[in-house]
Ligand binder design. Structure first.
Ligand code: IPT
Length: 1000
């Protein structure tokens, strides 16, 4: 059913109504009432979301389509998310990438996001759409297009010019989101309005309900009827249900500003073993009850990694800081607070290709997430998350259990170094245990005293004590249903349980050498099916089993229940892919994507990165053969009726070109400094005013801001013509701005007069450049190259930082200068419609399109490579082509380009230079030799054509007068190749070079 804007207006939405009214008009329906009239597929109460009548724990991860420009790989990532036991993905869209010119919404090829939504659906994943218009996201402009720099009105307020600017984008993305709502059979269950609409500088009306309402009306008018949520960056209650104009359907605070918050460990990955104290959220539950008691407790974003700034420590350290221990302690702390929609930021970070990053980051947006930038799933945090998400998936009782508002010491456990938080339910209760000092690395013994249906029980009943080893947290359960059995309690944690035929298999795990105990209600006797070392005893009307965790698996049977007892590392090898209404349990593979039964064949889609024995537990009846990735395996049944089969890992020989011996074609990419260069086709920089309020008033006779001329992305080049008024003018004062880690070089005719090589913190720089002696009345030209690291984010409403100009802020010079400017060829009328508005900058080879495949090599020469480089300041472009023939239908082979420095440091000891990497026309790296830290640049299959021809281009901007060279650059295989069940990758369109009419 699709609702017209007319009906929505009647129901109380509609922009017209909003403009005219200053409060909620009487007679119109409250949002909650309106929502119920619109749809009943996604509903909620104060416990959880209810989808199609079923309560669900929404376990979600953030994944941005625009950070992986290969649509055919989206399914791969969704499957890896689904394999974790997650059921939802939250995604931002980037306005600036989709509407590079005002009024020109354009999303095709890698920028089309409909296939992203379809891939989610194919993988069985729900979606939370977060179209902004503001997103933050460490993306250029925080999602805002550069042309907003020319808007006078304040961004993210109800300034008319700003609101008008959002209309086209919101109508276009809104229509696609509406089309794929769950109410129309699609996967989208929720839509987020704006993002962190929380903080403002003084002098603006804030919070501005009219702005939020305007966006909500845009969404409604586009036909969106699923509930709207927000993402308040603090427990401020902004726009919560009941607050009037601009209120959302479901409120969420991410509580950033307390620092004990949704990003509790912050963003400094330098000392990953050091957890700051005082950072664990303890007020989540109370804040939620204060702000929005009638809606479920949502966390739209919870830290699952970190960004890393220029000059930072690199994402492996972030993965170490936000590792499996962090997941154990902090995620379980959120379960203790009763969260029932939990979204991890990021689950897969991806890449800031084609200038989509902001200056506070670099090309990689790996984020230290569970799924690496190269899509490998070999971080331990991936496996830990799988244990937790699968547990919640089989624990429906959690959804209605009631979280305590505080953490108790001494009530449920002995040992005051430990706190227990109860989440009490009628269908299972959950007791979350952690160290009171959550940073503690101590090993602490404790016993529990838990309320159960058989009275308060002191656990372990069979003697001994439990242990919490360092940065760990456990969820102990009581009265927990497992099929037709019930656990009176379990100290061992639950991975999953599944009923197949009449048997229920329960998989539990514990840390190394820990004592654990569980009790099954009833009088069935316990017996050991596999292994030894289990003690059984009947107590309190139940059968108690106790053991010490070992790396050797034990299986016990208690009545109809088969309990697989594992240590945690072994549990990491287990998977529970959905099958029918339940799941099947598979032990062994590196990854299990999905399972299906067709007739008598059970088919698994799985990945292997070593020789593996695969075990299928709970083989469905009627199934007689096993296929993995389409190959029939010789499976044998063991005593428990499980199947085992063996997969030999024999990777193919991989032939990847050696760039050190490749043939390189080279071309000067700074012809501007040669005497014969003609810039008559360049745009004149002749605006004597700017409409950019952040850059007003101008300090220069004409605006020298890129965006005033439509140049919003990549580097900028200026040409300043002057006639020397007198021979003594010897200094140019120059103030430039390009964002943190940017650089600038200035030439007078063909002579470098100075460079700013950049550092990790300077977003702008002032220089006094000494000129050589000039000849009076002679004509000269400055050529100024300024890097643009992306536009700033716009976090504080009113500060309008996304309008911080890029280019020349100020200069002083004795002679009058006539300026010309260029950025990417065509500016907002960008040349490469497919790769989008942000991919190119001002360099000559970019303007000509030579970074695309098949450039006119007749214009190039051979004989020098990036390894010889340049002997003077300048910019060169080197390109090489090669053919790959990799067995990628069956193998997932992540390739990276690695810059190797002469020292082991991430910062080169050589003369400073920066390189852009172009792979088949896609800019996939911005390397800064003197800032770093990134040296390895993953290039996804699909951008690289694994079966066919490829073009790799590298620019070399030498900043010093002596030039620079690349010490070494080569391919590396970024992860153990996996024999894969992934769908074959279709290379993303790679338009080749064609002559650009009017290019200069
Ligand atoms: C959060 C933003 O919502 C998100 O877009 C991203 O920028 C993230 O921060 C950091 O990676 S909120 C912020 C206040 C922590």
């Amino acid at each position: 059913m699709r609702f017209t804007s007319r009906l929505l207006a009647l129901l109380g939405g509609g922009t017209a109504a909003v403009h005219a009214l200053s409060g909620r008009p009487s007679g119109l329906l409250r949002p909650s009432e309106r929502r119920e009239l619109l749809q009943d597929v996604v509903t909620f109460d104060n416990d959880s979301l209810i989808i199609n009548g079923e309560r669900l724990f929404i376990y979600s991860g953030e994944f941005h389509p625009f950070r992986l420009p290969v649509p055919s790989l989206w399914l791969d990532v969704f499957q890896k998310i689904k394999a974790l036991g997650l059921n939802t993905v939250s995604f931002y869209l980037h306005w600036g990438l989709l509407e590079g010119k005002s009024g020109d919404f354009h999303a095709e090829g890698p920028l089309a996001f409909e296939p992203f939504i379809q891939a989610a659906q194919e993988a069985g994943i729900y979606l939370i759409a977060r179209p902004g218009p503001y997103i933050n996201a460490e993306a250029t402009g925080g999602g805002f297009p550069g042309w907003l720099q020319r808007i006078e009105g304040k961004l993210r307020t109800n300034a008319t010019d700003f609101l008008d600017a959002t209309n086209n984008y919101m109508a276009n993305v809104g229509a696609v989101i509406a089309k794929y709502q769950i109410t129309n059979g699609g996967p989208i269950i929720l839509v987020q309005v704006e993002n962190e609409y929380t903080e403002a500088v003084s002098g603006v009306v804030f919070p501005n309900g009219y702005y939020m309402q305007y966006i909500e009306d845009q969404l409604h008018e586009a036909g969106i009827i699923v509930p709207l949520v927000n993402n308040d960056a603090g427990p401020e209650g902004n726009n919560a249900p009941g607050t009037g104009i601009g209120e959302v359907d479901i409120y969420r605070a991410i509580a950033y500003n307390r620092y004990s918050d949704s990003y509790p460990l912050g963003f400094d990955c330098a000392n990953p073993a050091t957890w700051p104290s005082g950072s664990i959220p303890t007020a989540f539950r109370q804040d939620h009850l204060k702000d929005s008691p009638d809606t479920p407790y949502l966390i739209n974003e919870f830290q699952a990694g970190s960004f890393d700034p220029p000059g930072g420590v690199g994402f492996e350290k972030c993965a170490d800081l936000l590792n499996m221990e962090f997941e154990r302690v902090f995620y379980k702390n959120n379960y203790a607070a009763g969260v029932t929609l939990f979204s991890l930021y990021m689950i897969f970070g991806g890449t800031n290709w084609g200038n989509i990053g902001h200056p506070g980051g670099y090309t990689s947006y790996d984020y230290g997430a569970a799924i690496k930038e190269n899509r490998a799933v070999d971080r331990e945090k991936y496996s830990e998350l799988k244990l937790e998400a699968n547990f919640l998936k089989v624990s429906p009782g959690y959804l209605t259990a009631v979280a305590a508002t505080n953490y108790t010491v001494g009530v449920y456990n002995t040992n005051s170094d430990i706190v227990t938080t109860p989440v009490l339910g009628s269908n299972g209760s959950f007791f979350v245990v952690r160290h009171a000092d959550y940073t503690s690395e101590a090993s602490s013994n404790y016993t529990l005293n838990l309320p159960t249906s058989a009275g308060d029980i002191s656990i372990p009943q069979l003697g001994g004590s439990l242990t919490l080893n360092g940065r760990d947290s456990k969820v102990h359960v009581t009265d927990y249903p497992v099929g037709s059995s019930k656990l009176l309690y379990s100290t061992a944690e639950i991975f999953t349980w599944q009923t197949v035929a009449n048997e229920t298999v329960l998989v539990v795990y514990g840390g190394p050498n820990e004592l654990h105990e569980l009790a099954v209600v009833g009088s069935a006797t316990g017996s050991i099916v596999e292994g030894d070392g289990i003690t059984f005893q009947s107590q309190n009307g139940s059968t108690v089993a106790q053991w010490t965790t070992s790396t050797t698996r034990r299986i016990v049977q208690i009545g109809g229940l088969y309990i697989y007892i594992l240590d945690r590392n072994s549990a990491y090898n287990y998977w529970a892919p959905e099958l029918g209404s339940g799941a099947i349990i598979v032990n062994g593979p590196y990854l299990v994507r999905n399972a299906s039964v067709d007739g008598s064949t059970l088919s698994l889609s799985a990945d292997f990165n070593k020789t593996t024995t695969i075990e299928v537990i709970g083989v469905p009846s009627g199934v007689t053969s096993l296929q993995v990735n389409g190959q029939t395996l010789n499976a044998s049944a063991n005593a428990q009726g499980s199947w085992t089969a063996s997969i030999a890992y024999s990777p193919p020989t991989l032939d990847v070109p050696d760039l050190s011996t490749a043939t390189w074609y080279t071309i000067d990419s700074l012809p501007e400094i040669t005497a014969a260069y003609d810039d008559s086709l360049w745009p004149n920089a002749n605006h004597t005013n700017t409409s950019n309020p952040i850059g007003s008033p101008l300090k220069t006779p004409v605006s020298l801001y890129g965006s005033d001329y439509g140049f919003n992305t990549g580097s900028l080049l200026f040409r300043g013509h002057f006639t020397a008024s007198d021979a003594t003018a010897s200094t140019l004062y120059l103030s430039t701005q390009g964002g943190e880690a940017y650089a600038a070089s200035v030439w007078l005719n063909d002579t470098l007069i100075g460079s700013w090589a950049g550092n990790s913190v300077a977003a702008s720089y002032n220089q006094n450049l000494t000129l050589p002696a000039l000849t009076a009345d002679a004509a000269y030209v400055f050529t100024i190259l300024i890097d643009n690291m992306g536009l700033d984010e716009n976090y504080d409403v009113g500060a309008d930082e996304a309008k911080d100009p890029r280019g020349i802020l100020d200069y002083t010079f004795a002679s009058d200068i006539t300026w010309k400017i260029t950025g990417n060829f065509g500016g907002e009328d960008y040349a490469d419609r497919l790769r989008g508005p942000l991919n190119e900058g001002a360099l000559f080879i970019e303007r000509q399109g030579y970074h695309q495949p098949d450039p006119p090599l007749s214009a190039f020469t051979t004989g020098t490579s990036p390894f010889e480089g340049l002997s003077a300041a300048g910019v060169a472009y080197y390109v090489t082509n090669f053919t790959l023939a990799l067995p990628s239908d069956e193998w997932d082979i992540p390739l990276s380009l690695v810059f190797t420095n002469s020292s082991s440091s991430t910062v080169a000891a050589t003369a400073p230079y920066r390189s852009l990497i172009y792979v088949n026309g896609y800019q996939f790296g911005r390397y800064t030799s003197n800032v770093g830290p990134q040296t390895e640049f993953p290039i996804p299959e699909g951008v690289l054509n694994y079966n066919g021809e490829n073009w790799l281009g590298v620019t070399l901007w030498a900043l010093d007068s002596d030039g620079a060279s690349v010490p070494a650059l080569n391919w590396t295989i970024g992860a153990t190749p996996a024999w894969t069940g992934r769908e074959p990758v279709t290379a993303v369109e790679q338009p080749a070079w064609t002559e650009r009419v009017g290019a200069y």
